[in-house]
Design a protein around this ligand. Sequence first.
Ligand SMILES: [Zn+2]
Length: 442
Amino acid sequence: MFCSNQANAAEIVYPKTDNCIIDSPITAFIGNEKNTKNLTINGQNVKLHSTGAFKHPVKLSYGKNTFTIDNGIEKKIYTITRNQYLQANYSLNDKPLFYDIPKIIITENNKTVLRSTPVDKGLNRLQHLQRGIELKAIGEYKNFYKVILGRDNIAWVDKSQTKLSDKKYLSKSEIINLKTNRNENGEELVFNTQGLRLPYILTETTNGLDLVIYNMNTEKYPYGIYEYSIEHKGKLSGYSSDYNEKNELVIKVNKSYQNLKDLTITVDPGHGGREYGAIGCLGEKEKDINLKIALKLRDKLQARGAQVIMTRTDDKDVSLNDRVKTANDNNSEIFISIHANALPDSLLDKEIRGTEVYYFYPQAKKLAKNILKSIVKETGTKDNGVKGESFAVVRNTNAVSVLIETGYIIDPEDNELLINNEFQDNMAKAIVTGLENYLNEL
Ligand SMILES: [Zn+2]
């Protein structure tokens, strides 16, 4: 054995082991060298940052690739295997199938996902449906039923989240009334669907200001759809929908807030416990950096009078579901998840650094923009823009939710910033400023 525990050799944090499989034409050695200024990998000079950190891209050929990491004192040998590209195995049964006689299916999960395409990921989610909702399937493709909503709207639902009904015809219902209740948190709209759980899609208008609900499979409305606009004073500040025990559809819409003092904010330090997240060049773990920034953020928000809920305050495992549950159970209006970024192997030859802020629902885009703008201004990180992405913690929370990738922990320059206490403090300060700017926006 070469490697491990060689005090005088360069420290390699990625690849994680010296004998591994990486199925990519490119990867990089990420780590640090603190003994000398002259580090080579297979004879090529490695550019060392002033901290000793490096990210050195290498190409991989098919089969075994051997790398000698040499600082002039001790050598390490790494073997990386790249497998031959395997042609994906498409089955002949993967053709779309159209039923002669439609099937009636019933949702079984409380988070049955209605999608716009038969693909199990990404931004194609139309709605999470509760259990006990009847749908008419007119065909199937792979693991999905193709369902028809109203007269001619198509959507897809995972077969495993439904069961077959023995009914021949779809039950339909009239919306007989709509009640609106106001309370201190906002308003509640109650749709009476005559005891029948109808499929629906609740969606934001593209300006992120209002909501529209489409109750499907209703009688007496054009195309079998009852459409209702939920107008809202001020910007959207979180909402949820659910059927209650009387099978009424209840939509809760939070009122808009302008003052931090009125808000409950859930702060979510990414990863924790056995889940390290990414590993930085100098060996530090993403979970620890996330926690440090998140605790500083908590203190600053509390100092301004906000109610802050943390998904963790120490180094422990917390599932994605529990993070979402914490935010929802505490009726948070804002949810902020803190992360530090890494790259897939195939992009490790690129000089990518900087900050990104992710959101899923349009209502959160303005918050994402304000936070990013403030971070870039106050910390000087590169502006990589705001991006829509289907991350579980921003998708399943009822709050206005964002996920911040503060910087690239695997990039020597960003890495130096991320482990710096003052930078972490400025990052937390910038997030608060961004949040305040968002609240002050009309
Ligand atoms: Zn992360």
